[in-house]
Design a protein around this ligand. Sequence first.
Ligand SMILES: [Zn+2]
Ligand SMILES: [Zn+2]
Length: 347
Amino acid sequence: MRPILRLVLGASFVVAPVHAAGAQRWYRGNTHVHTRESDGNRPPEEVARWYRDHGYHFLVVTDHERITDPAPLNAQLGKPGAFLVIAGQEITQQVADASHPQGIRQAHVVSIAPARVVLPLGEKGIAQGTTVAAMYASHLAAVRAAGGLAQVNHPNFRWSVRLEDMAALPDSTPFELWNAQPRINNLGGDDGHGRTSLSTEALWDSLLTRGRLLWAVGSDDAHNFAALDDAETTRPGGAWIMVRADTLTPAAIVGAMRAGRFYATTGVLLADVAADARAVEVTVAAPTNPRDDRRYRTRFVGRGGRTLAVVAGTRARYAIRGDEGYVRAVVVDSDGRTAWTQPLRVR
Ligand SMILES: [Zn+2]
Ligand SMILES: [Zn+2]
């Protein structure tokens, strides 16, 4: 599938009106993937080639506890403006916690475009006598000091991360709203015995309602490039981000992500996202396949996860009243695929 990326951009975006939007375009990218350099099952060249051949513009390779060198990958597969491999790693931090059924919470963080690796704390990466929140604070600071951008991973993996664990994350921290792997539990759940976890989207709304302006990411976390027809394996291609940037460089991509100039998606593509003090407006990209007859519904969401409006069609506009707290848009197509735009804070 070669997705739609020949898009002309319109008005300025939520938090970064400083750029002339006309010079910017959307770049499709995945910020979380593993190769044979850690626990993936294919060498880095094959992984990068999969993404290049499936319409992605950039890939952050995030092997566990190591930075897989992007230089040989870019020498072999990179092309200016078309495909770029960006350095990264996953910090596979675990936190001992007797209140968790397995005694351990998973507090993984991806580091995007760092100059050096950050290792998890504690013996075998299991920190004792601390909290998930403290580990996030420590690793976000370490990633920043290493020149990278930290992304908080898969909150509901092994039912690990609770609202209070994320409540002190700084504004503009990206987190995985949709990690496309099985057994990641994005939609949350109740085990029938009193253990309840919010969906990642409800978690996001709770944090936004508390004033934490986090950015939503969709990512693959793929490990398996050998059994692509097996839905039980960790395959690529399920969720990604579309980043609006001037150029395809690590600095431009990371800068746009810090500024919230991107959206998360599982297959809905947007031509434009515009937001200012008066309105939030989203425009679905025109189909490139003549048989594409999908229909779209956009839900605008505000404080407490409240639905502010639902609009059918490929263009949806919400006029801001001023009491919403924040406004974000979720666009769902008739196949169930979804795009999540970043929130606009309304004061
Ligand atoms: Zn992880
Ligand atoms: Zn991972």
